[in-house]
Every structure is written in structure tokens, then in C-alpha cells.
Design a protein. Structure first.
Length: 128
């Protein structure tokens, strides 16, 4: 099955040897997004809530570039440097997703690139 490379200027450019997303058939694998402003490639300011929102906005931009939306998410992985922010992730996530919610994992980790406090990746199913 052919692979399609997904790219958009509405999300941060890859900062390594990876693609923003790969589409195989109806499945789209979104690379991890940290809270970088795509225009400046700097971390957003404004605290943890601003970081979470920027990550969701970045994921949404890549989903749109793949022909879908966050509503097509079937699996979401959340990586946090401090699990005390888990409730805030849930609160903000409820603004970006509606039932049925995607399957999800939340993982506490020691550090993220560029000093980010949150990173997320996702798997979508987008029917043509």
C-alpha cells in the first residue's frame, strides 16, 4: 500500500528526521507535536494551558492537511513531564474532542525536546 507524506506550514516543521504525518490507506499516523508556534518555531508562552492548546492546534493542523480533523482520532498519546497536569489535559481535551473520545494513554516522562512540558501524537482514520 502506498504511503503519502503529509506536510503543512500550519504546524511546526519537523525538527529531525521524520515527517509531520504519514498516511497509509485510511490510517494517518501523526508525529509527536510539542507546543511550538509554527511561525516562530519557539515554545509558546503563557503556561501549561497554553502549551496544551498549542499541541492540540498543531495536531489539528496536521489532521486537516491529511484530509481529516481531530474528530477522526482513534488513538491519542499524551506525554507529560509532570503528571499533576493530567486534569488540565482532560479539561482542555474536552474542548477539542467530543464523544466518542479516542483511546488514549498518558505517560509521565523525565524530559521533552526544547524544554516542552507536553507532547502528543495521534492515529487517525480518515475515509476518502
Amino acid at each position: 500500500m502506498p504511503r503519502e507524506i503529509i506536510h503543512t506550514d500550519q504546524a511546526p516543521a519537523a525538527i529531525g528526521a521524520y515527517s509531520q504525518a504519514i498516511k497509509v490507506g485510511a490510517t494517518v499516523y501523526l508525529a509527536g507535536q510539542i507546543p511550538l508556534d509554527p511561525a516562530t518555531m519557539h515554545l509558546v508562552e503563557g503556561g501549561m494551558e497554553a502549551q496544551i492548546r498549542r499541541v492540540f492546534d498543531n495536531l489539528a493542523a496536521v489532521a486537516r492537511a491529511a484530509g481529516g480533523s481531530l474528530a477522526d482520532t482513534v488513538k491519542l498519546n499524551v506525554f507529560l513531564t509532570d503528571l499533576s497536569h493530567f486534569a488540565l489535559v482532560n479539561q482542555v481535551m474536552a474542548e477539542y474532542f467530543q464523544e466518542p473520545y479516542p483511546a488514549r494513554a498518558a505517560i509521565g516522562i523525565a524530559a521533552l525536546p526544547r524544554g516542552a512540558q507536553v507532547e502528543m501524537d495521534a492515529v487517525l482514520v480518515v475515509e476518502d
